[in-house]
Design a protein around this ligand. Structure first.
Ligand SMILES: [Zn+2]
Length: 366
């Protein structure tokens, strides 16, 4: 089977993440398909299912000798938004939900594992086909609990560049507390929504200040106000306003750093207005990641592909793999429309990506 045939079959299987869309298909059918494809291709297969209904599949070469282990990683799930899961081809473009993010990368990784499974292989190529990347990354965390590697390539779409860094993110909830009162007697209340105004202004100022520190491949850290809710009814002074802010972090910035920034910001708002009653908490965070340019996996991929070294804007499972102590890069084909209405991937690029991964695996595993 060629990589474009495998890609088409993977796209045709609905694997929308059920944590994003209640009742959606999940990874069961696509995991079964990958497991049976891999065994027919002469590869070893292990299914992990610590969370019922959310299987991940580990596929391994069988013919290697002693040597280094390379992990290729791709997620099985897709988001629910966008066009149909049925694939269609127009010229070099294969359309369908998940084609670009990231069934093309997954197909290329599986084909590379099959094509590197030769007697001259030293070491081992492992493909981690993981569940739930689009929500809570259950799959990659489960795989990392049983498997390590000397390096990893996450085959998310990178337009065929070698991505060695991406940002992390921190979600902060800021609650401003006021006091309810009749709208005709506002002096008896404290307007929580009005008091949130200066906090928003201060956050906007912080966002502008973040531009002062630029990562060479990722640009500055950023923040935006994601959600705001408050108030009870028209004629009542609001007693509560809750603001959620997302901060996109650079390598080297920790959750504690972001929590300190928010605490300092609220303290300065309080200095301006002593009646401000506000508290903050972190509701979710994911680490940034960065791999050194002179790491062996970066050199090997650069040698076999001649590709440029970059950073990518999005977060991915690479952060978990890197945090487990495994030097990690991202490398995948070009296309467009991740999490958008119309999604496509370049077929010729997917074929080149599979060839590059095969060459990289044979060179790295020695
Ligand atoms: Zn993805």
């Amino acid at each position: 089977m060629t990589v474009d045939e495998l890609l088409k079959q993977l796209v045709d299987i609905d694997s929308v993440n059920p944590s994003l869309v209640p009742g959606a298909a999940g990874e069961r059918e696509i995991a079964d398909f990958v497991a049976s494809w891999a065994s027919q291709a002469g590869l070893a297969v292990e299914v992990l299912e610590g969370t019922p209904g959310r299987p991940s599949v580990i596929v391994r070469t069988t013919r290697g000798g002693p040597g280094r282990r390379l992990m290729l990683c791709g997620h099985l799930d897709t988001v629910g938004f966008g066009d149909s899961t049925e694939s269609s081809v127009d010229g070099d473009r294969l359309y369908g939900r998940g084609a670009y993010d990231m069934k093309a990368g997954l197909a290329a990784a599986l084909i590379a594992c099959r094509d590197a499974n030769v007697d001259s292989l030293a070491g081992e190529v492992v493909v981690a086909c993981v569940a739930d990347e689009e929500y809570a990354s259950l799959g990659v965390q489960e795989v990392l609990s049983v498997l390590s590697a000397d390096a990893a390539i996450v085959c998310e779409p990178t337009e065929s560049t070698i991505a060695v860094a991406h940002k992390g993110f921190v979600w902060t909830e800021i609650e401003v507390v006021g006091k309810a009162a009749h709208g005709s007697r506002p002096h008896l209340g404290v307007d929580a929504i009005m008091r949130t105004g200066p906090v928003l202004v201060a956050l906007d100022r912080l966002n502008q200040a973040l531009r002062g520190r630029q990562h060479p491949r990722l640009g500055p850290g950023t923040l935006h106000a994601s959600l705001i809710t408050g108030g009870r009814e028209e004629s009542t002074v609001p007693d509560r306003c809750v603001l959620t802010v997302e901060r996109r972090t650079l390598p080297g910035e920790s959750v504690a750093d972001i929590e300190r920034d928010v605490a300092e910001l609220l303290a300065s708002c309080r200095a301006e207005d002593p009646s401000l009653a506000a508290q903050s908490r972190t509701t979710m965070s994911r680490e940034p990641f960065e791999t050194a340019d002179d790491s062996p996996i970066v050199s090997v991929l650069a040698e076999v592909s001649g590709a440029e070294i970059t950073g990518v804007s999005y977060w991915a499972d690479s952060a978990f793999i890197s945090a487990a102590g495994i030097p990690t890069v991202l490398f995948g084909p070009s296309g467009d429309g991740a999490h958008a209405a119309v999604e496509w991937v370049s077929i010729s690029d997917t074929i080149r990506c599979a060839d590059t991964l095969t060459a990289a695996a044979l060179r790295f595993c020695r």
